[in-house]
Design a protein around this ligand. Structure first.
Ligand code: PEP
Ligand code: MN
Length: 281
């Protein structure tokens, strides 16, 4: 791959991004929360439930990039205030999407991590702006983008002086219509070989089907991802955005109850492997 300077694996062994008490790139991090922030009670109830289930970070969109201009676009500033409060009260760092370069600096005052959505992956002026925002950035893969194009977008952020970029595989468009997108799980080990940046998986937007979120979350862990980001709503059928794909807090708790033991099991295997390797060496 040409022109990849700062994202290349030869630069650093592995980047760990510190976000409050959470370190992305060490262990397995679970981000959960609704697609969009709707009200203080919706956000607080969901935040408390996902925290109890073992989530490390809280998500929620205040600016929603919707396919139709007539769909709910998010609460904007009011939503960010709600999100920041839910984060403070639960002790969870918060992540939210920013869609306009003009909003980056003030959105950064409310968010611990800035999210760049799939539709904006190649919005270069937005990438340059978040590169200067002094906040970690979650860069989602463009739904029509190759790994090389994705890494080039990460380069835009890094080259502005922001080293804290986390990649997020969220599915790509294929001919398949049963799932909302096609989860390209092979992107996880492929990116591991190409870059030092952490990479997480979004099993919600990639499948669009709640029943596929649990198996794909476990598959993400097995593939070596640094975490997952899952949409959870206190009452999914009432969600103002992406109602068909959100999990209930109970369903999310069920996933976490499988993730944590599997994580320990995998950590045990790699410890054993290292022990054997050092005793041979
Ligand atoms: C989201 O995470 O809320 C979102 C809109 O995701 P994507 O950009 O992957 O569609
Ligand atoms: Mn969504």
């Amino acid at each position: 791959m040409k022109n990849l300077k700062l994202t290349s694996i030869s630069q650093v062994q592995k980047t760990a991004v510190k976000i409050g008490g959470v370190t992305m790139g060490q262990g397995f991090c679970a981000i959960a929360g609704p697609c969009s922030i709707e009200s203080q009670s919706q956000m607080m109830e969901t935040a408390e439930a996902v925290k109890k289930a073992g989530a490390d970070m809280l998500r929620g969109g205040a600016f929603k990039p919707r396919s139709s201009p007539y769909s709910f676009q998010g609460l904007g500033l009011e939503g960010l205030k709600i999100l920041a409060r839910a984060g403070r009260e639960t002790g969870l760092p918060v992540i939210t999407e920013v869609i306009d370069p003009r909003d980056v600096s003030w959105v950064a005052e409310f968010a611990d991590v800035l999210q760049i959505g799939t539709r904006n992956m190649q919005n270069f002026s937005l990438l340059k702006e978040v590169g200067k925002a002094g906040r970690p950035v979650l860069l989602k893969r463009g739904m029509y983008s190759t790994l090389e194009e994705w890494l080039n977008c990460a380069e835009y952020i890094l080259s502005e002086g922001n080293p804290d970029v986390i990649l997020c595989e969220r599915g790509i468009r294929t001919f398949e219509r049963y799932t909302r997108n096609t989860l390209d799980l092979s992107a996880v080990p492929a990116m591991r070989a190409l870059t030092h940046l952490p990479i997480i998986v979004d099993p919600t937007h990639s499948t669009g089907r709640p029943e596929l979120v649990a198996p794909m979350s476990l598959a993400a862990l097995a593939a070596g991802a640094d975490g997952i980001m899952v949409e959870v709503h206190r009452r999914p059928q009432e969600a103002l955005c992406d109602a068909d794909q959100a999990l209930t807090p109970e369903q999310f708790a069920g996933i976490m109850a499988k993730i944590r033991p599997m994580q320990e099991f995998l950590a045990g295997i790699s410890k054993e492997k290292n022990r054997k390797a050092s005793s041979i060496g």
